[in-house]
Design a binder for this molecule. Sequence first.
Ligand code: NAD
Ligand code: ZN
Ligand code: ZN
Length: 381
Amino acid sequence: MQTRAAILWEPHTDWSVEDIELDDPKAGEVKVKLAAAGLCHSDEHLRTGDMRLDPEVAKLMGWEQFPIIGGHEGAGEVVEVGPGVTTLKEGDHVVLSFIPACGRCPSCARGRQHLCDLGAVLLGGRQISDMTARHRTKNGRDLGLMCLLGTFAPYTVVNEASCVKIDDGIPLDRAALVGCGVTTGWGAAVNAADVRPGETVVVIGLGGIGMNAVQGAAMAGAQHVIAVDPIDWKRERAAIFGATHTAASIEEAAALVAELTWGANADKAILTTGVATGDLIAPMMGMVAKGGRGVVTAVAPISQEDVKLNLFDLAMQRKELVGCIFGNANPRRDIPRLLRLYTDGRLKLDELVTNTYTLDEVNQGYRDLLDGKNLRGLITY
Ligand SMILES: NC(=O)c1ccc[n+]([C@@H]2O[C@H](COP(=O)([O-])OP(=O)(O)OC[C@H]3O[C@@H](n4cnc5c(N)ncnc54)[C@H](O)[C@@H]3O)[C@@H](O)[C@H]2O)c1
Ligand SMILES: [Zn+2]
Ligand SMILES: [Zn+2]
């Protein structure tokens, strides 16, 4: 069929919305009619080159990373199933999980679906089944898919391993947010930071990821949730998601945390800034208490290796510095779990959507993200 998609031809260019050819789903694949796609900062990392794979490495694996269809947060309806698909049928509503979960690899088997082996080709974006493309330009050139999804298009073809079936009654334009941002942020607090009742938690950066880390920390019973962002209106909005205090910078937060805890410092700190840079780690770990934990959720440029960190404190104060992908979640368990909390009025999704866009407005959506105008921008189809 013919459809449209926002394509990134190479880093440092804008998204180009073009007509494309979409093949029928092959074995183990489904065609999904998307209802909405979230504008996560990770697609912006693709645009800035932060997520550019070494072209030689991609070539060794048999594909090129660019051109690529963007978008890895989305939900929609299954409109066609390929041969051998047993877990989904036409008409099913699905959230697209930005990491597939096969359920059988060693990571899936030990309850770490966020590390599923199928995630190995996440940034290359050919179909998992046979490493070929279902998406093509009008001139017949193969297109990659961000996170094997490509949600910046009204239709896509994905593997059933990327689909999590949800109840028909859940609005798809809210469910979409759980495909990355909500699960990533909430899980960064609940799973990766392992926030416990009564703890003091600092969240640095209040975008779609950070606001959900705030609501995860609050839901896990933190006493103090300090929400940090230079943008005034985001700090004001943080209270809705459970923040008890705010600060405009890490330095301001450090002083506040010291005062609130009588010098004991924060049990947990979570980094959810737009870009993870090496200079943010020392100040973050500086406000973590002895025995406490710092969680890096924000994405750094792919070759970033320099980090400032006080190694004496790390060992002598038994601090932990940990990475976190997809909120260390199990999408097949956690996506339905989070949506049940939404249905019960306990998890906030409506409040996350600041602006909605058409597919043609995708570049405006990312300008708004960079200008600090969005908690989450959403493309609706
Ligand atoms: N680890 C994962 O699995 C995963 C998944 C999704 C997104 N991410 C990453 O998480 C990060 C956040 O994504 P997002 O969509 O929420 O981005 P966003 O751009 O919507 O939000 C980032 C926020 O950080 C704030 N900020 C920037 N510098 C700051 C600083 N020094 N101190 C305090 N606040 C600061 C900005 O004002 C903004 O509000 C990105 O790097 C994204 O790629 C990681
Ligand atoms: Zn994302
Ligand atoms: Zn797996």
